[in-house]
Design a protein around this ligand. Structure first.
Ligand code: ATP
Ligand code: MG
Length: 387
């Protein structure tokens, strides 16, 4: 069996100057963690080398290279991933591998092209020469084929690199972004809805490590809702790495708000109390910001005025990566990353249970604070609530 390898090409990291090594190290560590978690499923052994803004991932010969490549593509920091055939830096060997390894695809195709890249400038042939020689050989072997440089049915990529020659089809686009752990730590406010997991995914994409907090109100919310939130974390972890989940009881708080505060302001007060509870968790967990799944104007509690009132309760920045997105755009991402099916399971959320009929869309902080002064929320926050 011909020797194969996974090549992972860097995304934005290539633009980093002096810090590039630090980013690379975090990326390699994240990929190692990903590969370790796939052991026994798609592979049994791996090794990683890096050179020329590319990671060379060797697997045991029995590994499932395609599945491992697809899973590796979820690690933030990589722009693309491909399974390549290794060849010696020798034209005869490259010819043989290109024609042999792509035999099935080339037999089926009507047209093809060779795309050559020579990063080892010592190699005796330049890129156009490589294209001509390998292309000529393929035409000899598969005389039915046409060369089409614009819209070929199949492109055979030939890369001449430091460690050898690599031959592969089109690379699969990877998750992009920055390696998780390179930008800091944030606390994701994770409901069971569609939006907050997407918000977490998007911030992890910019290199942030996630912790998550979920507010539950038993018996209004049941164990299935907790299960759902745990499963959302699990679904995010191939992208984000390990997520520590804090589950906070919120029943006493919601009942107190319901009892003491004006109905039309209860939604914004609830949100503020969540933020206040999250302030303390963030401080303890060393998080420099919170993340929510709020999208402007999606519901009454997500108007600009409501967001202003909510923000006033926060001691650290609140990041809202989906604030400018339409629901459809958020749903598209949720489907792609595999959280949508979990989010749409029909288990109640603590907010839906207490949702007022007519929440105020333009709450004023003055009145919100007045309502909050009617009960001892600090006491409730301090005491905590068991789940
Ligand atoms: P989502 O789809 O994320 O539930 P949503 O459109 O239902 O969002 P809201 O219910 O108004 O919006 O909640 C706004 C944000 O507040 C959520 O995206 C989430 O970040 C946070 N949030 C709401 N409920 C909870 C909860 N029970 N635990 C933790 N965070 C929550
Ligand atoms: Mg919700």
């Amino acid at each position: 069996m011909t020797n194969r390898i996974i090549l992972g090409k860097y995304g934005e990291i290539v633009l980093k100057g002096l810090n590039k090594r630090v980013f690379e190290e975090i990326l390699v560590n994240n990929i190692k963690q990903r590969l370790v978690s796939l052991k026994g499923q798609y592979l049994s052994d791996y090794s990683i080398k890096r050179a020329q803004s590319t990671l060379y991932i060797d697997l045991d010969p029995d590994a499932d290279f395609e599945q491992t490549a697809a899973e590796t593509a979820k690690v933030f920091g990589l722009a693309s991933v491909c399974v390549a055939y290794k060849a010696k830096k020798d034209m005869e060997h490259i010819k043989e591998i290109a024609a042999d390894c792509f035999r099935d695809q080339l037999s089926m195709a009507g047209s093809f092209k060779i795309a050559a890249k020579r990063s080892d400038k010592e190699f005796a042939y330049n890129s156009p020469e490589i294209c001509n020689i390998i292309g000529g050989h393929i035409l000899d072997k598969f005389p039915h084929l046409q060369v089409d440089v614009h819209t070929p049915d199949i492109t055979v990529h030939v890369e001449i690199r430091d460690f050898g020659a690599y031959i592969h089809g089109d690379a699969i686009p990877a998750a992009g972004g920055m390696p998780v752990g390179s930008s800091g730590r944030v606390l994701l406010m994770l409901s069971g809805g569609i939006d907050s997991p997407v918000a977490g995914y998007l911030m992890a994409k910019r290199g942030l490590t996630l912790e998550a907090v979920h507010f539950a109100s038993p018996p209004y919310t049941g164990p299935k809702s907790l299960e759902k939130v745990k499963n959302l974390c699990k679904a995010l972890m191939p992208y984000t790495g390990e997520i520590k989940l804090h589950i906070v009881g919120f029943t006493e708080m919601q009942e107190a708000i319901n009892k003491h505060c004006r109905d039309d302001l209860s939604t914004v007060i609830t949100r503020r109390m969540m933020i206040k509870a999250a302030n303390a968790i963030a401080a303890e967990s060393d998080c420099d910001a919170m993340v929510t799944g709020e999208s402007l104007a999606q519901v009454a509690s997500q108007t600009l005025r409501a967001i202003r009132c909510t923000d006033q309760a926060a001691e650290i920045p609140v990041l809202r990566p989906v604030v400018g997105m339409d629901k459809r755009e958020i749903v598209d991402i949720a489907r792609r990353i595999g959280t949508y099916e979990i989010s749409t399971l029909p288990y109640e959320d603590c907010c839906t249970v207490f949702t007022p009929k007519h929440p105020r869309t333009k709450p004023e902080l003055k009145y919100v604070l007045q309502e909050e002064s009617k009960f001892d929320y600090d006491g409730i926050l301090r005491r905590g609530d068991s789940v």
